[in-house]
Design a protein around this ligand. Structure first.
Ligand code: SF4
Length: 382
């Protein structure tokens, strides 16, 4: 890292606890029925002190975005967000246009929790609905039923939080009989300003990964994955959402500012187990295990597990990949020779469009975004 601390305006805080581990989950989580806020706040506060003394990052006097993800932040109960605000410093959370998001699961975003979040300053909720189909929810290991998301959205709205995002997972096994169109219509009917879509992935170290390895489940069917993604893009765009990033849809003015910081290469600080931080050209990340993390920070030691210095070639590939994943795409003007021919071919194949001096991918293109990023990178460096 450079000698002068990097000023960050976007902070991610990881809340590690979940009441149960979902069948497919590979995140840094710790299973715990409830509570944990006191322990969590003590650890995050200790890490903030370490960050201040390290001289690598400094928090801006006012933050643009704060994102509390997990895990299940709503499991932490009614004191957690106010406690977090006190540790970060209320002045840093005083900007008029601060975006403070907290992730929630339907069963723990109670009216009391929603009220406590609103009074602490949380103004955006990202809700893990995943499906409205009971057999699919049970297969996933979710704790809520089909009506849970609507109740949680109602709790958030009653508390005064209108900026709500709902997550759905697509590409689940066919034997579940999940009616994807019904789920899309349910989310449209909730009239929330933001929807995120995640394709199911099979990670080897998860119960799902083991089930696939043992032949008890089949890997995700690529054609089904493709059809469901394209149907979602069509239905949500038709309902007035802009497909502004490969996985994200927003009504005008409701795109996630915090994720925008990741996609544009802005510096950010990550606090908590498994959290990543970035200050060009360095990325660093904390140890994943909650107990190891807590013991390190409360004992005054850095929780950093490793860091990498991005070389020029990986910075170039990453900036292509980050550009192509958003609707703003990449600039067309610097593309020449093979790169320009590649982009014209993508356009003929329906994978990209060129407009306003930019090249952006279509939903078909987003399905093969990794391949196209590598192709453009190789063409530009040829
Ligand atoms: S609620 Fe989210 S973080 Fe927790 S186990 Fe399920 S998928 Fe993982």
């Amino acid at each position: 890292m450079s000698a002068a601390p990097t000023t960050v305006r976007s902070v991610y805080v990881h809340a590690p606890f979940c009441a149960r581990r979902c069948f497919y989950c590979d995140f840094a989580v710790q299973v715990r029925r409830a509570g944990g806020a006191t322990e969590w706040l003590a650890a995050i506060g200790a890490e903030l002190d370490l960050v201040a003394s390290e001289g690598l990052f400094e928090l801006a006097p006012t933050l643009d975005t704060l994102y509390v993800g997990g895990g299940t932040p709503s499991l932490l109960g009614v004191e957690a967000m106010q406690g977090l605000a006190e540790r970060i410093g209320p002045g840093r959370l005083s900007a008029q246009d601060l975006e403070w998001t907290a992730e929630a699961n339907p069963e723990s975003l109670t009216p009391e929790v929603a009220r406590s979040w609103a009074s602490a300053g949380v103004n955006r909720v990202s809700l893990g609905a995943q499906s409205f189909h009971d057999p699919t929810l049970r297969w996933m290991g979710r704790l809520h039923g089909p009506e849970g998301p609507a109740a949680a959205v109602g709790a958030a709205r009653t508390a005064g939080i209108e900026d709500i995002s709902v997550d759905l997972i697509f590409g689940v096994p066919e034997h579940l009989g999940r009616p994807w169109m019904d789920d899309l219509q349910r989310v449209v009917g909730m009239d929330v300003p933001h929807v995120s879509l995640y394709g199911l992935t099979v990670e080897p170290a998860t119960p799902l990964g083991r089930a696939v390895r043992d032949g008890r489940e089949r890997p995700v069917d690529e054609e089904r994955y493709r059809e469901e993604f394209l149907l979602a893009a069509q239905v949500l765009s038709g309902a007035g959402y802009e497909h502004y990033e490969v996985s994200n849809f927003a009504r005008p003015g409701h795109a996630s500012k915090h994720n925008g910081a990741y996609w544009t290469g802005s510096p950010y600080l990550g606090l908590g187990n498994g959290a990543h931080s970035y200050a060009h050209p360095v990325r660093r990340w904390n140890v994943r295990d909650w107990g190891d993390y807590r013991d390190a920070v409360t004992g005054g030691s850095t929780p950093e597990e490793a860091r990498e210095y991005l070389e020029d070639d990986s910075i170039r590939l990453e900036s292509i990949w980050l550009g192509l994943r958003t609707r703003s795409g990449v600039a067309e003007e610097p593309l020449a020779g093979t790169a320009r021919r590649a982009v014209h071919r993508w356009e003929r194949e329906g994978l990209a469009v060129r407009e306003g001096g930019r090249v952006r991918l279509t939903p078909e293109g987003w399905l093969v975004m990794d391949r196209l990023s590598l192709e453009l990178d190789a063409a530009q460096s040829a």
